[in-house]
Design a protein. Structure first.
Lengths: 430, 723
């Protein structure tokens, strides 16, 4: 009941790194790589390939499946044989990607190739050759696999890495709390909370949201000494529904009075995820979409013209990184537009879509994009919706605030900080 | 590196070998890294085995890890050399550093070389009782690996007993790994056919597992939850207790923990009889399922497949959450298709308007496959919700008005189904449909329209003209269209005999003489014989009343559904097929199946038996229908009449299976397979499986009976069929 291993492929489908496979046949991983590459090349769109592929085997009695997901320019592949949970594979992939991000910052095929020794060690520590994930808590991992640091590199170039190496914790896993390492010391005790909320909405022609959901996440960065026991209360915790928590959170306490009581891991972690439900009673509880998009579209043979107006509904804040995208259909060959306010637009041949970018949308501001496009198709079949993305800094849809942070178990008084950040992914039908 | 050294270059391996034997440790370490790098890019560095081995004894943990990595990779090809490393391994398991101890025991377990195994037992014995939990938990997993290679060694050394004791370990991580190891051994033992008392969960162990559940890592939780799913409770109270303890896991951030918890609750809820508690559990189950949809598409897909299954058993689970499943333009196709299916499943009178406007929106999208599926969904909605049928028909008419070829064709197919469910209700639509006759080029759409024309031949003034178009091109059409044309013309003749005699002659002639499909020929002969001997009987057969179709509540049979619900989150529940059909590891062996039959207690065999019984019962029901009809009043079997209704179905199934790997989504294929896979459908519909045989079978009940054994086979084929 476990996954068979992990293979990381580059964009061309060649393996970069793979874990040791227990399976006797060395061809086993290759079979999966091949099956995946085949499926990808035959699919009309690579993203439409079923995420769990059935892989027939050379010997008939042991077929298997291949769970794959795209991460940046790479693909993470987990072959599974036996009736196991594919989510287990996906969850492991996700965890491993998170670990890699934590170790290397940005990850790409290049970074993995440059740091293959660390990646190998990480693989060894996180995935048993029998396919059981081992240590995935980043706090514990840092004890046993040293992240590549500048110091290490400098020392190794200087030829004295022997001096720097033995800083691994001699007593790993001595901590009684699995997610927190023992004996952490900081000069400044601080903890930061980032509330990141994403509005996910579909808006119909009349500008009314058909569906809108706000998914929120509380990310924290904890730099506290010792074993602090925290009690966190929010000002409007009743509007948070469908919560899921980091294992450190005491669930019973949340069920009782909606407060978060926990001993935090050290460093960065996701404290909780939630869905924001404004007025819990009515069924139409929806968050207002902070912008409006008006579109006049005239379609002709071999093309069409459009007139887009984007208006911010915010009165005090400005929106950043607003992008509006429209797929112009098979055969689209070009576009020419005029954008107001120095906003930029582009037509991407690869995705056949028109992209309008506004770095900064001022409160109540109104922006336009006029233009036309051409297509080799007689009747261009455009997508029926614009994809709109935006960000709002220092804002959260739920207006979630920390009421209080109590610390017990340690004597110092921590500095606490909190930030809000919102983003939106809209589908705006026209 | 040192490119200067080798004008007569002896290859990179030669240089590496020199570096590996260098007197400077830095140089040696760099060389090891290079060796591993070469190994990664599939270069053969196995020749360096002895050189690398020399670097195994070192204080540098990182270097040690790299050397071990190399060993694991090449141990299979160089087993006789690995033996040289044994001493170091054994020594390392006594190292003061727990990391080294754990590393050594883990690597020895992975080497899979017979020679190493014999040296593994003593160190393993020690490590299982190590002071350090990290070593213990590593050693626990090593036992499972040893069992895989040499089960007798595990039994001889009493490792199993040690593992069973370790369930009570003070460290939750150790407990989790022990459970994982025991489960592995249990699976391996079951597969090998030996009695599997390796991991008997007693109520004492149960309590330990429930305690550890809240404290260990996410992976450990999954292992424990899977073990809990296997546990057979002694009474209802215990089932309730397990459910209550597992429910908090719904709030875990890891999706795989959430689904495993859902599985455990679904399994143990079967024994909970309190209506209130069941409701309470279900209410708590909904939010985490919805939350799963905010994950990346691949996780969403797995979640959706499982939600689909859960909804078949518990339709009330997400009744207010349909909007969550609305598709976004940039969702991958596989996610959209699943969402669509679930939306129809959740459709009710209160939300049908929102659903229809959404489906209409999808029908104007770019993606052809998705557009077709959306239009099908409109048809499914019409069939599912009577009061909304008219609204659905209006939406379909609007879509036909777009005159986009594939939209029109799909809409025509869907209209046929609506006519079958609501006969003689929407005749006003027929002219619009017929107006699009020229645009149809897909066999299924053509066949559907022809069926409609034949069915309402007496109400369409120019039915003979329309049909003669198809008779003219008869031999060029595909078989489904031919079959439909044949039937429609006969229907026309029976209803309006005056003007269509010539047409019927012509089509029967062509079909019996120029057609190369035995199905078409046979049917033509039957009609011919019927019409020439007893037109009254022909009328009774061809124009008999047909049962309205219904939308099956489940896409898989009831017993299979129960079984799949017991395997929620696994591949079986993703593919909606029992695990035996697609996983290996000896689970499909004949003796396994036989053994299962011998154990009536085994749930799966019970389910299979139930399935067989149901299928057999359904068949006998059909045959009874026939006997009654046939013996009763000289009416020929209604099954043959059903032939005309469903004649397009097998073809439809073929066509659809071409566009989708998941035929369960398709309305028409549901009609085709509904009665085969869904014993729960009403008897009228269940008369349809004979249709496929009715084509070829002469109309005597005795032959139909003879033809029925293969039908009886059909459900199993269908269920156990591979992908």
């Amino acid at each position: 009941m476990a996954i068979d291993g992990l293979i990381i492929l580059d964009f061309a489908g060649r393996p970069i790194i793979q874990s040791g496979f227990r399976s006797a046949a060395p061809a086993y991983p290759l079979l999966h790589i091949d099956a995946l590459n085949n499926a990808l090349s035959t699919a009309a769109r690579p993203d439409d390939v079923d995420p769990v592929l059935y892989v027939p085997s050379l010997n008939i009695d042991s077929p298997s499946a291949c769970c794959h997901a795209r991460v940046g320019d790479m693909r993470f592949v987990c072959p599974v044989s036996g009736d196991i949970d594919p989510l287990y594979a996906f969850a492991f992939q996700q965890t491993f990607v998170d670990i890699l991000r934590e170790y290397f910052g940005h990850i790409s095929a290049e970074t993995l190739k440059d740091n293959f020794d660390v990646v190998y060690q990480l693989l060894e520590e996180t995935l048993d050759s029998g396919g059981h994930p081992l240590t995935t808590s980043q706090n514990a991992l840092r004890d046993i696999v040293l992240p590549p640091s500048l110091l290490n590199k400098v020392l190794s170039v200087a030829g004295v890495s022997g001096l720097a190496a033995p800083s691994t914790n001699p007593q790993p896993f001595a901590s009684p709390i699995p997610w927190r390492k023992a004996g952490v010391r900081y000069n400044n005790n601080e903890i930061y909370f980032d509330v990141v909320e994403t509005l996910d909405a579909i808006v119909n022609k009349n500008g009314m949201p058909v569906v809108s959901n706000v998914w929120g996440r509380v990310e924290s960065n904890c730099k506290l000494s010792g074993t602090p026991d925290l009690l966190l209360t929010f000002n409007n915790s009743h509007s948070l529904t469908d919560c899921s928590f980091h294992p450190c959170v005491r669930l019973q306490r949340w069920a009782r009075d909606k407060t978060l009581s926990f001993v935090p891991p050290d460093g960065r972690f996701n404290l909780m995820e939630y869905r924001f439900a404004p007025t819990s009673a009515s069924s139409m509880h929806q968050v207002a979409v902070p912008l409006a998009l008006r579109c006049v579209m005239t379609l002709e043979e071999h093309g069409g013209s459009f007139d887009l107006t984007l208006t911010s509904r915010l009165t005090t804040r400005s929106m950043e990184n607003v992008t509006v995208e429209l797929y112009l259909g098979e055969g689209a060959s070009g576009a020419s537009c005029v954008a107001s306010h120095n906003a930029s637009w582009s037509f991407e041949m690869k995705t056949l879509s028109l992209r309008w970018e506004l770095k900064d949308v001022s409160p109540s501001g109104s922006y336009t994009l006029r233009g036309s496009f051409t297509s080799t198709a007689v009747i261009p079949r455009l997508s029926r919706a614009f994809r709109v993305h935006f960000e709002i800094m220092k804002h959260s849809f739920s207006a979630l605030k920390i009421d209080q942070l109590k610390l017990t178990g340690e004597l110092y008084k921590p500095y606490k900080g909190m930030r809000g950040k919102s983003a939106g992914n809209l589908e705006w039908r026209w | 590196m040192s490119g200067f050294r080798a004008p007569p270059r002896k290859g990179e391996n030669f240089e590496l070998s020199a570096d590996l034997n260098s007197e400077y440790r830095e140089k040696r370490k760099d060389a090891i890294k290079k060796v591993i790098a070469n190994m990664t890019v599939q270069k053969d560095v196995s020749g360096l085995f002895p050189d690398v081995l020399k670097n195994m004894q070192t204080d540098d943990l990182e270097q040690k890890k790299l050397v071990y990595l190399y060993l694991m990779n090449y141990a299979k090809t160089q087993p006789e050399l690995v033996i040289l490393a044994v001493n170091t391994f054994v020594k390392d398991t006594d190292d003061p550093n727990p990391l080294v101890r754990a590393l050594a025991i883990r690597t020895m377990g992975c080497l899979r070389a017979e020679k190493i195994i014999d040296y593994l037992c003593d160190p393993l014995q020690k490590c299982l009782r190590d002071d350090n939990p990290y070593v213990r938990k590593t050693a626990a997993l090593c036992v499972a690996k040893l069992y895989d290679l040499k089960p007798e060694l595990v039994l001889e050394n009493g490792f199993l007993e040690t593992l069973q004791e370790m369930i009570a370990d003070s460290n939750p991580m150790v407990v989790a790994n022990t459970v994982a190891a025991l489960s592995d051994i249990h699976t391996a033992a079951t597969a090998a056919g030996t009695s599997s008392d390796a991991f008997q969960i007693t109520s004492v162990i149960l309590n330990k597992l429930l305690v550890a559940l809240n404290e260990c890592s996410e992976w450990g939780r999954v292992a424990i939850l899977n073990a809990l799913a296997r546990y057979e409770t002694v009474d209802e109270k215990e089932s309730e207790h397990i459910c209550e303890r597992v429910v908090p896991q719904f709030q875990h951030a890891n999706a795989s923990v959430v689904l495993a918890a859902v599985k455990v609750v679904m399994i143990h809820m079967r024994h909970v009889h309190s209506e209130n508690l069941t409701k309470q559990f279900l209410r708590k189950m909904a939010p985490p399922l919805v939350t799963l949809l905010s994950n990346p598409p691949e996780v969403q897909w797995v979640a959706l497949r499982n939600i689909n299954l859960l909804l078949q058993k518990r339709p009330e689970l997400l009744s207010n959450e349909m909007r969550v499943f609305f598709c976004k333009y940039n969702d991958p196709l596989f996610v959209k298709v699943e969402k669509l299916d679930i939306m129809v499943r959740l459709a009710g009178e209160n939300n049908v308007d929102a659903l229809l406007s959404e489906l209409k929106e999808y029908a104007s999208e770019v993606d052809v496959d998705f557009v077709r599926k959306s239009i099908k969904a409109i048809g499914q909605t019409a069939i599912k919700i009577d009061v909304a049928a008219e609204r659905c028909v209006n939406v379909l008419l609007e879509l036909i008005g777009t005159r986009v070829s594939y939209v029109v064709q799909e809409a025509v197919v869907v209209m046929k189904d609506i006519f079958r469910k609501y006969p003689a209700t929407y005749e006003g639509v027929i002219p619009t449909l017929c107006a699009n006759l020229d645009e149809l080029d897909e066999p299924e759409a053509k066949a559907s329209l022809i069926w409609i024309i034949g069915e309402y031949a007496n109400k369409i003034d120019n039915a003979d003209e329309l049909l003669s178009i198809f008779v003219d091109t008869f031999t060029e059409e595909s078989y489904p269209v031919q079959l439909q044309t044949l039937t429609a013309v006969v229907k026309l003749f029976l209803q309006k005999p005056d003007g269509s005699q010539g047409l019927v002659q012509r089509v029967l002639n062509t079909a019996t003489k120029d057609c190369d499909s035995p199905d078409v020929r046979d049917r033509a002969y039957i009609y011919w014989r019927l019409l020439s001997t007893d037109p009254g009987a022909a009328k009774a057969v061809v124009l008999s009343h047909r049962p309205p179709i219904t939308l099956p509540r489940t896409t898989v049979s009831q017993p299979l559904l129960e079984e799949l619900l017991g395997e929620i989150s696994s591949l079986a529940s993703v593919y909606h097929k029992p695990a035996e059909t697609f996983v290996g590891r000896g689970r499909v062996g004949i003796d396994t199946v036989q053994r299962k039959d011998l154990e009536p207690a085994d749930e799966r065999s019970a389910a299979q038996k139930a399935l067989q019984t149901v299928a057999a019962g359904q068949q006998s029901e059909n045959l009874l229908d026939f006997a009654d009809d046939g013996a009763g009043d000289g009416q020929q079997p209604s099954g043959l009449a059903a032939t005309t209704v469903l004649a397009s179905t097998p073809a439809a199934v073929n066509i659809l299976s071409g566009t989708s790997s998941n035929p369960l989504d398709d309305l028409v294929s549901i009609f085709g397979s509904a009665s085969m896979t869904v014993p729960s459908t009403q008897p009228p519909t269940s008369a349809t499986p004979l249709v496929g045989f009715g084509f070829a079978a002469p109309a005597t009940p005795s032959v139909l009976q003879a033809a029925s054994p293969p039908v009886q086979q059909a459900p199993q084929d269908d269920l156990l069929g591979l992908f």
